[in-house]
Design a protein around this ligand. Structure first.
Ligand code: SAH
Ligand code: SF4
Ligand code: F3S
Length: 453
């Protein structure tokens, strides 16, 4: 009997990386490898990497060092597995990774992940330092196999990859290349397959989903909507999949027709993620974000004034070069106004090769931390309020996980993307993967608690 080689795959970074990893695992399983969660027994160790902030990149070097020096359960030195680096750090560093991280056998860029089986084979055949940073193959298969998805009930479906925006601080346009939209017919086809496979919640993903611009409008000809993205939302809604979410939306491309589509289709979820980055017009201009505070707030007002209650989340950077206390005060004011349901907050981190990296990183770490904490306090109050407003309401919760700690406790998300924990006495297989009506009884930091009604 042929012994299957075992592969351990660890993923850093955003949903796009999680999705790429699902396809890497799909490819490898089809090529006869066995995916394992046990790093110690793996013949091949893969890291799908992120470069968006310095911390994310450092983590990779630490992890490669650990694999190289790994010691078996009985104190013996383990034979070193084949080590492959995929994703954004791989794309940016290329062959220099062989020097920077000792023990790396191959490097695959963001569009080369479909060739992972071949890279492993090359190393097995004695090839040294294999690097592939080339473009995606024409016939690349975007479909993931159910066994390799991060959840049996929630699926990520990329609709656009890359980024053309070149915000001054951001490495993504360099690691992911220019925007490329998938054909609408293919997206709708996959949505249908996913639904048949039992997926209840579909996330349309991309660095900027609402910049979706396919080569042709094939498949969307008779669908209403002012932009290709809102047409696509309606076309995916028509597949009847129960929940559809989408991230990330780019403020400049966030048009009124998106809110209209959300109001027309119950299964388009009432949650919008719209990263603002700063509340100061001067800083937004320096970042080349393409929106102002005023144009952003116009969009926020439209969302907030929509007949349907729509949850809002954002990303923000504190301490961008030259940010003054007065600039930061404007960010705090914007947060007070918007009352985001959730926010991802980051301290500015210079990324080599980006335009902002040429500027002096003049806001000290102490100052960044201090601003971060002040903004966090404002945001925590918003979160508390938005969760408190849910108390007493009955909402549908997709039961995604059973708690490891408490018996009969489950957790999942609402349509507005809030986490809810609840108790159910029903058998696990009757609860998991269903959308359960839960009455919210309690709130705690970032989480809601409720009872099945
Ligand atoms: N495409 C999305 C998200 C890209 S990366 C968008 O346009 O918003 C996710 C978040 O990381 C960004 O929204 C930004 O807030 C943060 N980020 C990106 N580069 C950063 C940097 N150099 N330092 C700190 N945070 C950064
Ligand atoms: Fe980065 Fe800006 Fe592109 Fe988002 S829109 S990925 S922040 S360059
Ligand atoms: Fe990180 Fe690349 Fe995503 S840099 S955030 S993994 S696009």
């Amino acid at each position: 009997m042929k012994i299957m080689k075992k592969v351990y795959l660890e993923t850093f970074g955003c949903q796009m990386n999680v999705s790429d990893s699902e396809r890497v695992a799909t490819t490898l399983a089809a090529a006869g490898f066995e995916m394992t969660a046990d790093e110690g027994s793996a013949d091949v160790v893969l890291f799908n990497t992120c470069s968006v902030r310095e911390k994310a990149e450092h983590k990779l070097y630490t992890r490669v060092g650990q694999v190289r020096n790994s010691i078996g359960e009985n104190g013996e030195i383990r034979a070193k597995p084949i080590v492959g680096i995929l994703g954004c750090v791989a794309q940016l560093e290329g062959e220099t990774l062989f020097k920077k991280a000792d023990g790396v056998d191959f490097v695959l860029g963001t569009q080369a992940v479909g060739r992972v089986a071949r890279a492993i084979e090359d190393v097995e055949n004695g090839k040294k330092q294999v690097a592939d940073l080339a473009a995606r193959e024409e016939n690349y298969d975007w479909m993931t196999s159910p066994a390799q998805r991060h959840s049996p009930y929630v699926a990520f479906l990329p609709i656009i990859e890359g980024c053309n925006k070149f915000c001054t601080y951001c490495i993504v346009p360099f690691s992911r290349g220019r925007e490329r939209s998938l054909p609408a017919t293919e997206i709708v086809r996959q949505a249908r397959v996913l639904r048949e496979q039992g997926i209840r919640e579909l996330h349309l993903i991309g660095q900027n989903v609402n910049s979706y611009r396919p080569k042709t409008l094939e498949g969307l000809e008779n669908v209403p909507g002012a932009t290709a993205f809102s047409k696509l939302l309606r076309a995916v809604a028509a597949t009847g999949i129960e929940r559809i979410k989408f991230t990330t939306s780019f403020p400049r491309d966030f048009h009124a027709d998106i809110v209209e589509a959300l109001n027309e289709h119950e299964n388009l979820c009432n949650w919008v993620h719209l990263p603002v980055q700063s509340g100061s017009n001067r800083i937004l201009k320096a970042m080349r974000r393409g929106h102002t505070v005023e144009s952003y707030l116009e969009k926020i007002d439209r969302i907030k004034n929509s007949p349907r209650r729509i949850a809002l989340s954002t990303d923000v950077i504190v301490g961008y070069p030259t940010e003054t206390e007065a600039d930061f005060a404007e960010t705090m004011r914007l947060f007070e106004y918007c009352q985001f349901d959730s926010a991802y907050m980051f301290k500015y981190s210079p990324r080599p090769g980006t335009p902002a990296a040429a500027l002096t990183d003049d806001v000290s770490l102490a100052e960044k931390t201090e601003r971060f904490l002040r903004l966090e306090a404002i945001q925590k109050a918003s979160v508390r309020q938005s969760l408190e407003a849910m108390r007493g309401r009955t909402v549908g919760v997709l039961a995604e996980k059973k708690s490891a700690r408490a018996k009969s406790e489950y957790s999942g998300h609402t349509a507005c993307h809030k986490v809810v924990n609840f108790y159910s006495e029903k058998a696990e297989n009757e609860v998991l993967g269903t959308i359960v009506p839960v009455t919210i009884t309690k709130t705690k930091s970032n989480t809601l608690y409720g009872e099945v009604c």
